[in-house]
Design a protein around this ligand. Structure first.
Ligand code: ADP
Ligand code: ADP
Length: 227
């Protein structure tokens, strides 16, 4: 569960990245966050995982009061959320297997459990045969599938994706949305910021539209016309 109540993010330069945002996203929802460049989509997403601190208002993610979280609690909040970025952010000197394993090792999972889970998530994204390759040896779409596998390895209840198909061609984007929909079928909440109007219109889900930091539309199965 994600809940924003009257959230303001004032960047201090006259820009409100979030302007009294209120919204509730329930467990298992699939939500697109749409709007033009500079609308506040990244701000909204970064507030969820406390990459940014809200100026005022309340943010809850599961049992965490994110706006008032202590530094000690931040790593625990982040375990509830998997995050995927437009530029994948894989570690170039680690293999695909090691990139995913690393995410589990840092939270002190036992080696046997790490190996089992890495193999499971690689299978889920269809990349079992690439486990020993390095990121620069696979395509952009495959790299994004690895990033998704890494993000869900710890079974977070929520998967956040900021423009995950921004660097990918339409066919590859289609593979990515299919994987995200499969993950959603298992009960994981998906929050995806996107400019990709074809995807929003062909794979219908709830649409949150943001404009100048304000929530201007909240529509189940809504369409989106890109500017
Ligand atoms: P989007 O993700 O929809 O493109 P952002 O959330 O990145 O939008 O940005 C929303 C607004 O806040 C924009 O006007 C942007 O220039 C501004 N902004 C974002 N980050 C900062 C920052 N660190 N300092 C000042 N202004 C920022
Ligand atoms: P994204 O939308 O993925 O955050 P951007 O290119 O909008 O990417 O921003 C890159 C970085 O610069 C982000 O950390 C963002 O917060 C910051 N940023 C964006 N707009 C501004 C701005 N007007 N002033 C200062 N920093 C900004």
């Amino acid at each position: 569960m994600i809940e924003f109540k009257n959230v303001v993010k004032d960047y201090g330069n006259g820009v409100l990245g979030a302007d009294h945002l209120s919204v509730r996203i329930n467990q298992g929802d699939f939500v697109y966050v749409v709007g033009p460049s500079g609308a506040g989509k990244s701000t909204f997403i970064k507030l969820m995982y406390h990459d940014l601190t809200a100026t005022s208002g309340e943010i809850r993610v599961n049992n965490y009061n994110v706006a008032a979280i202590t530094n000690k609690e931040i790593p625990f909040l982040r375990r509830e959320l998997g995050i995927v970025f437009q530029d994948f952010k894989l570690l170039p000197r680690l293999t695909i297997f090691e990139n995913i394993a690393y995410a589990l090792q840092v939270i002190e999972k036992q080696p046997e459990e790490v190996e089992k889970r890495v193999n499971e998530v690689l299978k889920l994204v269809g990349l079992s045969d690439k486990a020993q390759n390095f990121p620069n040896e696979i395509s952009g779409g495959e790299q994004q599938r690895v990033a998704i596998a890494r993000a869900i390895a710890n079974r977070p209840g929520i998967l956040i994706a900021d423009e995950p198909t921004g660097n990918l061609d339409p066919d590859t984007s289609e593979e990515i949305i299919n994987i995200l929909e499969n993950i959603n079928q298992d009960g994981t909440t998906i929050v995806m910021a996107t400019h990709n109007s074809n995807m929003v219109n062909e794979h219908k889900h709830r649409v949150l539209e943001i404009s100048a930091g304000k929530l201007t539309r909240d529509q189940e199965g809504g369409v989106y016309e890109n500017e």
